[in-house]
Design a protein around this ligand. Structure first.
Ligand code: ADP
Length: 483
């Protein structure tokens, strides 16, 4: 991999603590999910390195939080620019360790850089407030201050964007960070740290430690110095970490699993709905937390929608990331493949019909054939859990009330989508869906300018947008009396 990079220094295998690449005897292999090829032996850090990183972040906090917003904005701006300058290399590292098609990986680099740019700009606008006083001789002020040392734990499905979506607002707010990227995709996070250093992120302001997830997580959650947890990943681990964070009452932001419905009403533009379905369901081979998990389709348009969808799905090009025209990659690992197989087998056993796919792809490894299933019912495993793979399961409904009840019949509430051309229905449905994000006549909703986050067991807190920096700031009320 290193020999194919224009800037080979981007490939780093050690943990990054206090501005140094810190080696460790314990190693683990990072592989290419498309081939199983070992890409690098990466330092397997544990609690001692995790605590060194916290010390470094605590020391660096003193200086960093007293810089001006404009200074921090400058660093974040340069960092974003460097990401775009090295877009090809970053995309290659990303898709090689993660599996998504190169074109999608390039898109992720730009998306990831956008969070650094956006939050750099926000650093200058973290305004406090002056409240009209309740007493003639007093003034009432509100200051916004950084929460302190932030622990960020990120997943493998967006190895760059999930990092910058946390590190961007944290650094903008004046916080310092200890980051644990997913053990599946540490190389992207390391490359980001290389560019951060070049952009002027001071030693200790960002520390990257990967390896033993449980040991690192426990060390950070037990530390009273860590004042905030920002986690993106599974609901199971999110709950575990929130419990651990409770002992020192850390501020917590969680972006967890979803079970996104995509409702096609009978007044929808069916071709537009199929476009949206393809974009939302099959992005990153179905491995995003806002990917559709349930297509709810009204009786009158069920046949038309599912047939058109299957036609498009059959035409998807499944291939390793760097092959020209690749649209669908491998799943991240064998556990992910096993889950998809289990869901499809369970659906078929309960009477679902497979319109296309329904089995592993001929490429072998963790490739799964893009699939469309009809006759799905709420008893099936795929109705209750996120499949996180390239499987479009279609359910039938008759009335609008049924669709809303079905959509909300889940403990999760991250994203939801629906297609309709009736304005009154659009408002009614958007307001009744229990979720944090709604796409109306649109399948792609992610952008740095809007608040991203869930309700119910999909988490709490919001990332991106003018609201995102608040998760990294505390309000301080100052009463000036005797004036
Ligand atoms: P997924 O199933 O999608 O891999 P996880 O929730 O397991 O989602 O992983 C998301 C992130 O959480 C990864 O960085 C992973 O290493 C980390 N993680 C997993 N288990 C723990 C744990 N016990 N403590 C802290 N972090 C963990």
């Amino acid at each position: 991999l290193q020999s194919r990079l224009q800037f080979p220094q981007l490939l780093q295998t050690e943990s990054y603590i206090q501005g140094h690449w810190t080696s460790s005897d314990a190693r683990y292999a990072v592989t290419n999910p498309a081939s199983g090829e070992v890409l690098a032996q990466v330092a397997k850090s544990g609690a001692p390195q995790a605590l060194d990183a916290v010390d470094a972040a605590a020391t660096a906090l003193v200086q960093w939080r007293s810089t001006t917003g404009k200074e921090r904005a400058g660093v974040l701006r340069r960092w974003a620019d460097l990401m775009l300058h090295h877009q090809d290399d970053l995309a290659l590292i990303l898709c090689t360790e993660q599996g998504k098609p190169l074109a999608e990986a390039r898109g992720e680099v730009a998306y990831a850089a956008s969070f650094l740019e956006w939050f750099g700009e926000e650093a200058k606008r973290a305004n406090g407030d002056v409240i009209p006083s309740h007493k003639a001789d007093a003034r009432v002020l509100v200051l916004k201050q950084p929460v302190g040392v932030v622990a960020a734990i990120t997943p493998w499905n967006f190895p760059l964007a999930m990092v910058t979506r946390k590190v961007g607002p944290a650094l903008a707010a004046g916080c310092t960070v200890v980051l644990k990227p997913s053990e599946e995709t540490p190389l992207s996070a390391h490359a980001l740290a290389v560019l951060g250093e070049l952009a002027g992120v001071p030693a200790g302001v960002l520390n990257v430690v990967s390896g033993d997830a449980q040991a690192i997580g426990e060390a950070w959650m037990q530390s009273p110095v860590v004042r905030k947890l920002s986690f993106t990943g599974s609901t199971r681990i999110g709950k575990l970490l929130m419990g651990q964070a409770a002992h020192t009452l850390k501020k917590v932001s969680l972006e967890l699993g979803g079970n996104a419905p995509f409702i096609v009403f009978d007044d929808a533009d069916i071709d537009a709905a199929v476009d949206g379905a393809m974009a939302s369901k099959f992005r990153n081979t179905g491995q995003t937390c806002v990917c559709v998990n349930r297509f709810l389709v009204q009786d009158a348009v069920f046949e038309a929608f599912t047939q058109k969808l299957a036609q498009r799905v059959r035409a998807l090009k499944v291939a390793p990331a760097t092959e020209v025209g690749a649209e669908q990659g491998p799943l991240i690992n064998t556990a992910a493949l096993a889950k998809v197989e289990r869901h499809v087998a369970d659906a078929v056993a309960q009477g679902a019909q497979v319109l296309c796919g329904g089995q592993r792809h001929a490429l072998g490894g963790t490739f799964y054939a893009p699939t469309v299933i009809t006759g799905a019912t709420t008893d099936m495993q795929m109705a209750q859990e996120e499949t996180f793979g390239p499987v479009a399961a279609c359910y039938r409904f008759t009335t609008e009330a049924q669709a809303i009840a079905l959509a909300n019949d889940t403990p999760f509430g991250l994203s939801a989508y629906f297609y309709s051309r009736d304005l009154a229905r659009v408002w009614a449905v958007a307001e009744q869906l229990e979720c944090g994000i709604v796409g109306v006549n649109e399948g792609i909703i992610s952008t740095e300018i809007a608040p991203f986050g869930g309700v119910k067991e999909s988490g709490q807190g919001r990332e991106g947008s003018q609201y995102g920096i608040d998760d990294y700031m505390e309000l301080k009320y100052v009463l000036m009396g005797g004036l």
